[in-house]
Structures are given as C-alpha cells and as structure tokens.
Design a protein around this ligand. Structure first.
Ligand code: SAM
Length: 253
C-alpha cells in the first residue's frame, strides 16, 4: 500500500489532509480516487491506515480508520557517526542506513575528511539528507525519521556519545574483532554509538581521543573496505547482534 509522510498537525481526530507534492502525486501520478487506501506516517513512529474521502485540486482529504505505533522500528537505539565522504556518497549512505534502522546520524569532519563545505551548502545538504531519509522510510515501512545532527568536528561528535551504553569505533588498523554475540546478549537493546572513518581513514590521534571517550576500536576483518561498504557492513552487524535483524517481518497493517 502507498505510504505518505504527514505532519502530525495535519491529522485532526479521524481526518487528515495531504497537500503539496504528495497531493499532486496521489492525484496526477498514481491517479488514486475516493475510496483508495493509503498508509500515513508522521516521522515520529506513528502510522495510520487511511481511506481517501475526497479529492480537490490541491488537496486530498482522508479519513483515518486505524492508528498504531509502527511495528518495524528496531528496538536498538543506534547512532552512526560518519566521517564526511566525497560527492554523493553521503546521500547513498543515509538512504541505506535509514533502511537498516538507524535512529541518529552524525556527519563529522575528521583529520582525513574532505574539506568542510560552507555553511549554506552544508545546510542544503542536510535538508537533502532529511528528504532522502524520509523517502527511505516509505521503502522500508518505517515511521520514524532518523535524527540527522548538524555536522560536527571529531571532538564535538565524541561529546554526543556520552549517553551510549556501547561505543565502537571501526578502525582499519585494528585487529580486535567485532564484539561477540554472547557478550552483547547480556544487554537488552542498548544505546549503541558507532563511529566510521572517511575515505582517508582514522588517525592514531583520533583513536586515542575515542578511547579516552570510552570507545572500543574494532575490526571488520582482514580486508580494507570502502568507507560506504564498511558503514553498511558495520550497521548490519550491529542490528544482527544488538537489534532485530534476523527476525521475521510483521504483517502489513
Ligand atoms: N584509507 C584507509 C587505508 O587505506 O588504510 C582506509 C580507510 S576505509 C576506506 C574508511 C573507513 O572504513 C575506515 O576508517 C573504517 O572506519 C572503515 N573500515 C574499512 N575497512 C575496515 C576494516 N577492515 N575494519 C574496520 N574498519 C574498516
């Protein structure tokens, strides 16, 4: 069933209104009619089964039939701090990591990251990532948008990890393996904070700072992975060991 993000404020008791590009998409691209069924989600974890009640030129009025908390959110509170990558790689990554269920994303500038774009370009890119993440929610049927933090320096990013129960930094020069399931199983869905380096990798000084902040450096095996591959592999492993990957999928609402 088609899914649309809706501002919670556009929902009034048992009715909702969709306007703008989504209304245009419903009317002119999907050509849905009154009586058509859709799922609405609010980006904060709630979703609604809705029926189109009326279509006007610029708005679609819906009646809400059922509401519930989204069933596919990972119980894992997973934050990923990603060293800033070149070109469109960050766009691809935020899509993939949203699908994999991350809760928070912190782009950071490390010693070997690409240079920091100016404030205006950075703000544009952050808006773009938010849009991409919301698009990814439709694909994977989540209802909660990941929180995308303002790009930080390495040390600022470390300070954002204070509340995390498990802190891992993936370092290409590390030989210790990813924590084993039995060590992790003792903790019921902890807050996990994961750091991945940029294309240029992480410096020994950054690893030292991360250790001081309570991070454990870990390896992803003997091969050096591209930064994007490493992020997807690390998050997949984290969801498998600490979260819900490997469980079945609940049925559609
Ligand atoms: N430029 C570095 C080099 O040639 O050694 C490689 C950096 S790698 C492309 C980018 C990031 O991916 C690393 O900083 C790390 O976070 C992660 N990564 C890649 N391969 C890894 C591995 N085998 N173990 C742990 N982390 C890895």
């Amino acid at each position: 069933m088609r899914r649309f993000k809706i501002d919670g404020r556009a929902i009034n008791q048992n009715s909702a209104v969709i306007t703008g590009s989504d209304a245009n998409h419903i009317v002119n691209v999907l050509r849905l009619k009154a009586g058509g069924r859709v799922v609405l989600f609010d980006g904060a974890g709630r979703e609604y089964a809705a029926v189109i009640a009326e279509i006007r030129r610029a708005e679609v009025r819906l009646s809400i039939e059922a509401r519930r908390r989204c069933q596919v959110e990972s119980p894992l509170q997973l934050t990923v701090a990603q060293g800033f990558l070149k070109d469109k790689k960050m766009d691809t990554l935020i899509r993939q990591l949203t699908e994999l269920g991350i809760r928070r994303w912190i782009p950071y500038f490390g010693a070997r990251s690409v240079p920091r774009p100016d404030t205006q370009r950075l703000a544009k890119r952050m808006n773009r990532w938010r849009k991409i993440a919301d698009e990814a929610l439709k694909q994977c049927r989540r209802a909660q948008s990941p929180k995308i933090e303002t790009a930080a320096d390495f040390s600022e990013m470390l300070r954002l990890s204070d509340a995390a129960a498990v802190k891992l930094i993936f370092w290409e020069a590390e030989t210790s393996a990813f924590p084993e399931g039995n060590r992790v199983a003792q903790r019921e869905h902890p807050d996990v904070f994961i750091i991945l380096g940029p294309e240029g990798g992480l410096t020994a000084e950054e690893i030292h700072q991360a250790r001081q902040a309570g991070f454990q450096p870990v390896s992803l095996g003997p091969r050096i992975l591209r930064a994007e591959t490493a992020s997807v592999a690390a998050i997949t492993l984290a969801q498998y060991l600490f979260g819900d990957l490997g469980r079945g999928r609940p049925s559609d609402p």
